[in-house]
Design a protein around this ligand. Sequence first.
Ligand code: FES
Ligand code: FES
Length: 218
Amino acid sequence: MQDTSDIDQTRRNVLIAGALSASAAAVPIAAAQSPSNSTSTAQTTLNPVTGKVSLTVNGSRFEKDVDTRTTLLDLLREHMHLNGTKKGCDQGQCGACTVIVDGRRINSCLSLAIMHEGAQVTTIEGLGQPGKLHPMQAAFIKHDGYQCGYCTPGQICSAVAALDEVKQGIPSHVSGDLTAQPMLSLDELRERMSGNICRCGAYSNIVDAINEVAGGRA
Ligand code: FES
Ligand code: FES
């Protein structure tokens, strides 16, 4: 039978060998962090690539050099202080950040600001203001189309653009005939608004509000 001190010895050797191979693997990382390389690392961190973005938001011209990684959502909220547009998921799943760009609704969290050079952007602030509400804003209030209100700016921007899509004859996934003028059925409305999530569940009131602005056709 093997002596237990032999077993301990073998185990110790295995551990030492493991530790040596781990430190060997760590050498390139340590080398990468040596003083001779730290300058270039710091420069990469301190000097992001910037680019000029100029666009028109709610009728006002805006121009600025920004980090090219800046999303349209962050440009609106952080650089222009238009906080009506909300950041929910920040990954294209909730619709809270919906704004209208050149007549089309988009998730501004998924779009880089520099991609919209020269564009016309409309946010909730550009649709209407207290005392001069857009009909869709007034309808949301009338029908209690919100509870916490966080998703509401995105819902309203989306609803305004969705009704415009119907007017232009743009079909959705539930349109039976892709070449015919879409009817504003409840199915059409729900499908077109399906990218806007309301965690409070104010959906039926939202549909009532949009339906009223659409002339009660759904
Ligand atoms: S914040 Fe843009 S989709 Fe959720
Ligand atoms: S009203 Fe609260 S998330 Fe929509």
